[in-house]
Design a protein around this ligand. Structure first.
Ligand code: HSE
Length: 298
């Protein structure tokens, strides 16, 4: 018995929701093939597309799988094949896709003892291995789809939010690698009250905009005065890309997850195509390689 799944890329933070907000892309992701074995162990049998560890305990998919099986008290073994399309260190949830994909597939093969929401905690174990921190803002949307909000980490409480139908994301990935672990280490641990006020105002307004299909409010809310000003230093042409996105009509712009990818949130395909083209024209003249994605949120 084997199962083949699409393990989606995700955009975490979305500027106003550091570590608590994320969304799931509908056309960018890895493929995974998971099957039961008779060996009482989890094996990573194949990885294509990227050079990642095959040692189960060093692979995020293996670690997430073991967390689930341990909780289930199950001796069942599984073979996991990962066909990577998402580059590690790109900022669109590469490790989350593998962790979430592994627990999603295993849960299916076990007859679904867990709900999608319950799988988040297991997938987070993979994130600990990848980044040293158990954040859920990539694994939650990868498992639940759409937008996810982490109301609380302890106890874990994740809420699914509605997706306005015309939203599109343009993601630009400049080909440099930024490890989440490193880009977390440069963030300040204290926040001023003034910045906190701006941030929770924006996050609340963003959530409201999703329920009311208010695209203008959504765009105004995509701001971050706390983490982006520090992290953007690591990202090539950040402010130029920001201006370019906005002058071409994007609703908002920011860092995708921990970077180096950046996202432009757009209303409708036509606008997204325009922003994508502007990014492409800009980057083609630079000597950094890049990849561009245009995706819906689902
Ligand atoms: N919220 C996490 C961070 C996401 O920004 O570090 C990592 O992809």
């Amino acid at each position: 018995e084997e199962i083949k799944i699409f393990a989606p890329a995700t955009v975490a933070n979305l500027s106003c929701g550091f570590d608590v907000l994320g969304c799931c892309l509908d056309n960018v992701g890895d493929e995974m093939i998971v099957s039961k074995n008779d060996l009482n162990e989890v094996r990573i049998t194949k990885v294509t597309g990227q050079d990642l560890p095959l040692e189960t305990k060093e692979n995020v998919a293996g670690v997430a799988a073991i967390a689930l099986l341990k909780h289930q008290n199950s001796q069942q073994g599984f073979d996991i094949e990962i066909h990577k399309k998402i580059k590690p260190g790109s900022g669109i949830g590469s490790s989350a896709a593998s962790s979430a994909g592994a627990v999603y597939a295993i849960n299916k093969l076990l007859g679904e003892p867990y709900s999608a929401n319950e799988l988040i905690a297991f997938a987070m174990e993979g994130e600990v291995l990848a980044s040293g921190n158990a954040h859920a803002d990539n694994v939650a949307p990868a498992l639940l789809g759409g937008f996810s909000l982490v109301r609380s980490y302890d106890p874990l409480e994740v809420i699914s939010l509605p997706v306005p139908s015309e939203l599109r994301l343009v993601i630009l990935h400049p080909r440099i690698e930024i490890k989440t672990r490193d880009s977390r280490s440069i963030i300040k641990q204290e926040v001023s009250l003034k910045k906190a006020i701006h941030q929770w105002g924006n996050l609340g307004a963003f959530v409201s905009s999703l329920y009311t299909d208010n695209y203008e409010l959504l765009g105004r809310s995509l701001k971050d005065e706390i983490v982006e000003p520090v992290r953007s230093i690591l990202i090539p042409y950040f402010s130029e890309m920001d201006s370019l996105a906005r002058s071409n009509g994007a609703l908002g712009f920011g860092i995708s997850g921990s970077g180096p990818s950046v996202y432009a949130m757009c209303r409708g395909n036509e606008n997204a195509e325009k922003v994508k083209e502007a990014f492409q024209n800009f980057y083609e003249k630079k000597d950094i390689g890049f990849e561009l994605h245009l995706s819906g949120i689902n």
